[in-house]
Structure formats: structure tokens, C-alpha cells
Design a protein around this ligand. Structure first.
Ligand SMILES: *Cc1c(COP(=O)(O)O)cnc(C)c1O
Length: 436
């Protein structure tokens, strides 16, 4: 559909007058790729429609939560029912227990879970709990992993292993990140050196097991094994940030995949978000009883939330989890996601475009380079201009992928094989234009 006036432009101009950058979360502004963000009017299944009523096949799915696709009837029904019973009580409800039980029933690493409203809140609280439970302040995170925007987590590496990080945002005092040690992902030697220097002072190692905030980079099995061993040896907690991978890559989340490769493997604490809320503001963190009982009101680690365990959000999350537990769900999702990445790879090969791709469950990533990168520095070597051409080529043809080369993509259960085949055909056209 063509318009003389692009209504996305009109809305963006209006938005920029009243909202910083016109958006409520920076990546939505298309700053990395240029152009005007699409303002979404409505969505159904695998598609959404923008302000011009143009349809897009959606491979972002609200950055992960929409694993069933948009507007799944059972989820819509559950939310409608919940709304009629009340939006928020600030008092406990049975649905919170049900959601906690549902999550715990597939996560053997967790005996108890606390529900919160965002991944940022969950990650920040898990870090506080790790520090409170160990009585230690320092911790390790990895370059390219995102754990929400709490002060202590907005850090980049300092000049060496002996120095701690530097803030990546204005407004974060250097003192606040002086306990954050930032290491290279998948670098076993650095990890060992850091533990040798600081091991007895480390509260935790916080990690995205499949790092979706640098597109799609798996922690190698030897690296993860060493993370676990060193945490155990030094009494530090291994904190899995599964806000993105949780219930997305497998029913048992990424930790179930590492448990297959490393006998007896479990993390100490797990952070969840995105899928468990099914698109509503809901996140969680959990772990063994002895650690979780350090939380207020039982223990000394304080954490609270007016809207935590919100009755509408828990209804949405619960209905979503009940759908994805059905037999064959992940097999079907993984198969379609693989169809997408193998199709894209073949299309890129046809036109001699350097390309590599990977997927797990309903999450995927691809890179305009011939080998899958193992860390952030390599991911950032991507040819930005080429990625932007690919992005806009797809967008013009109605395929919506993340507007930044360091973000993962998502397939939902609503995507059909025909949707995937169509996306691959569209990508083939675009590859023909961007070949060197
Ligand atoms: C999205 C994300 C977060 C932050 O969650 P919000 O709900 O956006 O605050 C934290 N960790 C990871 C791994 C994420 O992908």
C-alpha cells in the first residue's frame, strides 16, 4: 500500500516532541539502522500492521515474549477473564502460586521463585540476593551480555583483570561499578585468572547462557563447565540470566541444554522474564530454598513491588506456559526456526554473501560473516552498512527483524512454513542486492 504521507513519519515527529527520542526504549528508535520506526497499530499471529496498515511478518515478537504469536485465543480469553476480576490488589492471589508452581515444575534448579515486573528488576534483585547470600560484593559479568539497566550492570571492561569496570551510561557513579568485573565471553583463561585473583571475594558470575544481546552467541560447553566448577570451588553463585532464553530455547530453558552436555549441571540462581509473561510485564528470579529464604520477609535481602505478581500479567503468563507445555510444541517451533536459518544461509550462499546462522528452539541469530562469532568483539566486526541494507531491504518487503545487528530474532508458533518460505524468498532478493 502506498501513501503520499507516511503515517509512521507523522507519528514519529509527534512522539519526539513528548517522549525522548520518540520511544520508551532506545533500540526501538532505529538509530542503528536509520529511518523511521514502524508504529504498530495491531498484531495477529505472526504479523503486525503499522500506521500505514502495511503488514509485516514479525521476527521480533516483542523481543521474545510472543512465543505463541500475537493474540492467541486462549491467552486473550485468560486476560479478558482476569481483567473482569480486577487489575491489581496489592495482596496475594492464587494465580501467583499457580504460575510459580508451573515455572518450578519444569526448572529443577529452582525450589522457589519471586515474581517481579521486568527483567531489569529480576536481574538487579538476583544480583542483590547473590551478594546478600554470600556476604560478598564483587561479581563477574561478560562483555556483550545484557542483564537489564541496573547501575551495577551498565559496565564495560576496565583496562585489565586487576581493574574493575567503567560505567557505560552517564549517571552511573564509578564507585557503583567498582565491584563489577567484566570479562570476555567464552574466554576460559580470563575466567581462571579472574578467579585466581578475586575468587574468594566474588558473590557470583552472571551470564546469559546463549547471549541474545550480542545477537546469538552460545557459551561453549567447556566454558560453561569451567564457570560452574570455579563458582563451586570458590563459593560463588552461578546466576543464569534466562530472561531471553527462558522457555524460549526449550521448555527447560537453556540450562536444560547444558545439563545434557554437563552431567548434573544446574545454575544456582535463574533470572526469567519475557516468555513467562506472554507479553505482559512479568519477570522472576529463583533458586534453591536455602538461598531464596534469604529474601524479605524471611531473610535480610530486601526486595518489593507494588505491581509484583499482577493478576492480569500472571493470567497472561500462565495461559502462555500452559500452551507451550503441550506435547510437540518445541519440536515444531525448533523445526520452523531451523527452516528459517538454513533457508537464509542457502539464499546468502547463492549470492556469495558471507553468512552464518544458528538457532535453538524459537530463537535465532545470523551474522554477515562466514563463521559464527564467539564473543562481543567479533560480533561487532559485522559490516554495519551491509547489515543496514539487509535490514531495510527486508523491512521494505514486509519482513521485520531487529533494527540492530547485535539483537537476536524470534520465531513464534504462529509462523507457518509458508511464512518462513516467503521470508527466505524475500531475503534472496535482498542478498542479490547487497552482494559485494
Ligand atoms: C530483555 C533482557 C533483560 C531485561 O529485561 P527487561 O524486561 O527489558 O527489563 C535482561 N536480561 C536479558 C538476558 C534480556 O534479554
Amino acid at each position: 500500500m502506498t501513501h503520499n504521507i507516511d503515517l509512521n513519519d507523522t507519528l514519529f515527529e509527534r512522539a519526539k516532541r513528548v517522549i525522548p527520542g520518540g520511544v520508551n526504549s532506545p533500540v526501538r528508535a532505529f538509530r542503528a539502522v536509520g529511518g523511521t520506526p514502524r508504529f504498530v497499530k495491531r498484531a495477529q499471529g505472526a504479523y503486525f500492521w503499522d500506521a500505514n496498515d502495511k503488514r509485516y511478518t514479525d521476527y521480533i515478537g516483542s523481543w521474545g515474549p510472543m512465543i505463541l504469536g500475537h493474540g492467541h485465543p486462549a491467552v486473550v480469553q485468560a486476560v479478558q477473564n482476569a481483567v473482569l476480576e480486577g487489575f491489581s490488589f496489592g495482596a496475594p492471589t492464587e494465580r501467583e502460586i499457580e504460575l510459580a508452581e508451573e515455572i518450578l515444575s519444569v526448572m529443577p534448579s529452582m525450589d522457589m521463585v519471586r515474581l517481579v515486573s521486568s527483567g531489569t528488576e529480576a536481574g538487579m534483585s538476583a544480583l542483590r540476593l547473590a551478594r546478600g547470600a554470600t556476604g560478598r560484593s564483587k561479581f563477574i559479568k561478560f562483555e556483550g551480555c545484557y542483564h537489564g539497566h541496573a547501575d551495577a550492570l551498565l559496565v564495560k571492561a576496565g583496562s585489565g583483570l586487576a581493574t574493575f569496570g567503567n560505567p557505560t551510561s552517564a549517571g552511573v557513579p564509578p564507585e557503583v561499578v567498582q565491584h563489577t568485573l567484566v570479562l570476555e565471553y567464552n574466554n576460559v583463561q580470563q575466567l581462571e585468572e579472574a578467579f585466581a585473583l578475586h575468587g574468594k571475594e566474588l558473590a557470583c558470575v552472571m551470564i546469559e547462557p546463549i547471549a541474545g544481546n550480542m545477537n546469538f552467541v552460545r557459551a561453549s560447553v567447556p566454558f560453561m563447565k569451567r564457570c560452574r566448577e570455579l563458582c563451586t570451588q570458590y563459593g560463588s553463585l552461578l546466576v543464569f540470566d534466562e530472561v531471553m532464553t527462558g522457555f524460549r530455547v526449550a521448555l527447560g530453558s537453556a540450562q536444560s541444554l547444558y545439563a545434557q552436555a554437563i552431567p548434573g549441571f544446574i545454575p544456582d540462581l535463574t533470572v526469567l522474564g519475557k516468555v513467562i509473561g506472554g507479553g505482559m510485564p512479568l519477570a522472576a528470579f529463583g533458586g534453591p530454598r536455602a538461598i531464596m529464604e534469604q529474601m524479605a520477609p524471611l531473610g535480610p535481602v530486601y526486595q518489593a513491588g507494588t505491581l509484583s505478581g499482577n493478576p492480569v500479567a500472571t493470567a497472561c503468563g500462565l495461559a502462555t506456559l500452559r500452551e507451550i507445555r503441550k506435547p510437540g510444541f518445541y519440536e515444531g517451533l525448533a523445526q520452523k526456526t531451523r527452516q528459517l536459518v538454513t533457508g537464509l544461509k542457502a539464499a546468502a550462499d547463492e549470492h556469495g554473501v558471507a553468512f552464518s546462522a544458528d538457532s535453538e528452539g524459537g530463537m535465532f541469530g545470523f551474522f554477515l560473516m562466514s563463521q559464527l562469532p564467539q564473543n562481543y568483539a567479533t560480533v561487532m566486526k559485522t559490516d554495519n552498512a551491509k547489515f543496514n541494507k539487509l535490514f531495510h531491504g527486508l523491512l521494505d518487503r514486509g519482513v521485520y527483524i531487529a533494527p540492530a545487528l547485535y539483537e537476536a530474532g524470534f520465531v513464534s508458533a504462529s509462523h507457518t512454513e509458508a511464512d518462513i518460505a516467503n521470508t527466505v524468498a524475500v531475503a534472496r532478493e535482498v542478498f542479490a542486492q547487497i552482494k559485494d
